[in-house]
Design a protein around this ligand. Structure first.
Ligand SMILES: C[S@@+](CC[C@H](N)C(=O)[O-])C[C@H]1O[C@@H](n2cnc3c(N)ncnc32)[C@H](O)[C@@H]1O
Length: 186
């Protein structure tokens, strides 16, 4: 699939490159997806979660602030059998918004948590203490892989750095999207 999804709604939604660009660095993760549960934070249309589902993920949950994105993800996942749930969540208020949107379905742990292309967006919208708390909340919810991509990777690294996690993958191959990393729970 090579469909450009340039943002056309507002600055928060803006998204770079094509779906293939945004898969850069993630292909090794796809190979590990069989049977895994996935939480995709700020998933846009949910296409990365969709790829993980196609590679055998057992469940995909995702959120985005933009209602048309959430509706698109719901429509796309209606085409496959993988259990999924997508909710409108404004992350500027922190993790409490995730807990209230997903209620009892919000898992204590997901095997894979994706935090792709959202750190630098949140920096334009909310305080560093809310973002740092959110990142800590998400790493606590990660059973295996915490996956990040941002143009400000060194800053986010400093927040993720944690004795319970080690960095197992780094890719800056793409000239279109920012560098990405996979942190694995030790
Ligand atoms: C650059 S896109 C990244 C999309 C996807 N994670 C990816 O890597 O392909 C940023 C996404 O963050 C969402 N977003 C921006 N601000 C948000 C907020 N305050 N709460 C939740 N989602 C937000 C946008 O709607 C958009 O879908």
């Amino acid at each position: 699939m090579n469909v450009p999804l340039e943002g056309s709604f507002d600055g928060r939604r803006s998204i770079s490159g094509t779906h293939e660009d945004r898969l850069s660095g993630l292909r090794d993760l796809l190979v590990c997806a069989q049977g895994m549960t996935v939480l995709d934070i700020a998933m846009n249309h949910g296409l990365i979660g969709f790829e993980l589902a196609r590679f055998g993920a057992a469940l995909v949950h995702g959120c985005d602030v933009h209602a048309p994105c959430v509706n698109a993800a719901r429509e796309i996942f209606a085409e496959i059998a993988t259990p999924s749930r997508f909710e409108i969540v404004d992350l500027t208020v922190g993790a409490v918004a995730l807990e209230s949107a997903f209620g009892n379905d919000y898992r204590q742990r997901y095997d894979i948590v994706l935090f792709l292309g959202i750190y630098h967006k949140l920096k334009e919208q909310t305080s560093m203490s809310i973002i740092a708390d959110l990142v800590r909340h998400l790493t606590n919810r990660t059973a295996r892989y915490f996956v990040i991509r941002t143009t400000m990777i060194d800053e986010l690294d400093a927040i993720v750095t944690n004795k319970e996690f080690k960095k197992v993958h780094y890719s800056a191959l793409s000239s279109v999207v920012g560098p990405m990393e996979i942190w694995q729970r030790d």
